[in-house]
Design a protein around this ligand. Structure first.
Ligand code: XMP
Length: 319
């Protein structure tokens, strides 16, 4: 009989067998995938694991504090909090091509890991929360010819020169199975229920050039949107919801004045595994109330649109 309990035991044995008494570093993004991977590996090998949480300046509001508190205080894991905002945002300056963004971020992640792997002193393995859809989507599309749709930074391609081998205990799992495994491992329900968040973070929700100003506006709008969704009790019905800030300013009126601020797009989809998705059918009332709140509460945004594209033909993220 196949159960998550059995999978857990089997995965723990496999990790121990692969790793032996070597040290492992694990990139912790704050997402469900890397969190479940970290807790699983921690259970298998304890303090042989050091987690590295990279703050690339592309996280959501309050995210860094939440992750550090949870893994240091609650799980007692060895955790390095690497504040590399200047490094990442500097390298992304003037970059607007989505694939260049991903590759830039992916390369820097590797650099940062390499640096911290050296600090840990002789780590031999790098752990990642790669899921099955990440693996197949970076290789082929719907069984067709081998085409890369989006280069997921957390798949494959760790340079040989790093001299680190990969530990990917979630490679065979879909998202819902990762959540089940997380529950099995005792992660808090609120954490397991969190919407997925991509490794490149807000970079791929900010089409065009990324600036600190746009990121600040995006974070505030996103926080209001998620608050709205929670208040209306819709969070758990939705696979993923976020705001994208658009690379366009539009004219508006507010009070007696003319405004010339950014437009944003709200995204919310239902999905089973992220491979296909439908847009979420919010009520007009919800959408109107949310638009009003964002425009009133977030300086820098004066227009709100709702993205009604399903996947395919769209992707969930904007880039
Ligand atoms: P798309 O936009 O390809 O997204 O329909 C499918 C799911 O994958 C997430 N995603 C990523 N996750 N690194 C990640 O870790 C990435 O580069 C990446 N790109 C997309 C996306 O948020 C959605 O859940």
């Amino acid at each position: 009989d196949w159960t998550m309990g059995a999978y857990r035991e089997q995965a723990i044995e496999a990790i121990r067998a692969q790793v032996g008494d070597a040290k492992v570093i694990c990139g912790l993004s704050g997402g469900v995938d890397s969190s479940v991977a970290a807790v699983l590996i921690h259970e298998a090998i304890g303090d042989q694991l050091t987690c590295v949480f990279v703050d690339h300046g592309l996280l959501r509001q309050g995210e860094a504090e939440e992750v550090v508190t949870m893994f240091r205080d609650h799980y007692n894991m060895q955790l390095i909090h690497a504040d590399e905002q200047d490094l990442f945002l500097g390298a992304l300056e003037g970059v607007s091509d989505p694939e260049v963004k991903r590759k830039t971020i992916g390369k820097l992640f590797i650099d940062v890991f390499q640096k911290h792997a050296a600090d840990v002193g002789g780590a031999k393995f790098l752990a990642q929360g790669t899921l099955y859809p990440d693996v197949i989507e970076s290789v082929s599309f719907s069984g067709g010819p081998s085409v890369t749709i989006k280069s997921h930074h957390n798949v494959g391609g760790l340079p040989e020169k790093m001299g680190l081998k990969l530990v990917e205990p979630l490679r065979e799992l879909f998202k819902d199975e990762v959540r089940a495994l997380g529950r099995e491992l005792g992660l808090p329900a609120s954490f397991i229920g969190r919407h997925p968040f991509p490794g490149p973070g807000l970079a791929i929700r900010c089409p065009g050039e990324i600036t600190r100003e746009k990121l600040d506006i995006l974070r505030r709008a996103d926080a209001v949107y998620i608050d709205q969704i929670r208040r209306h009790g819709l969070y758990d019905e939705i696979w993923q919801a976020f705001v994208a800030i658009l690379p366009v300013r539009t004219v508006g009126v507010m009070g007696d004045g003319r405004t010339y601020d950014f437009a944003c797009a709200l995204r919310a989809v239902t999905s089973v595994d992220g491979m296909t998705a439908d847009y979420y059918p919010f009520s007009h009332e919800f959408l109107g109330e949310t638009a009003t709140r964002i425009i009133n509460e977030v300086p820098g945004i004066n227009r709100v649109t709702y993205d009604i594209t399903s996947k395919p033909p769209g992707t969930i993220e904007w880039e």
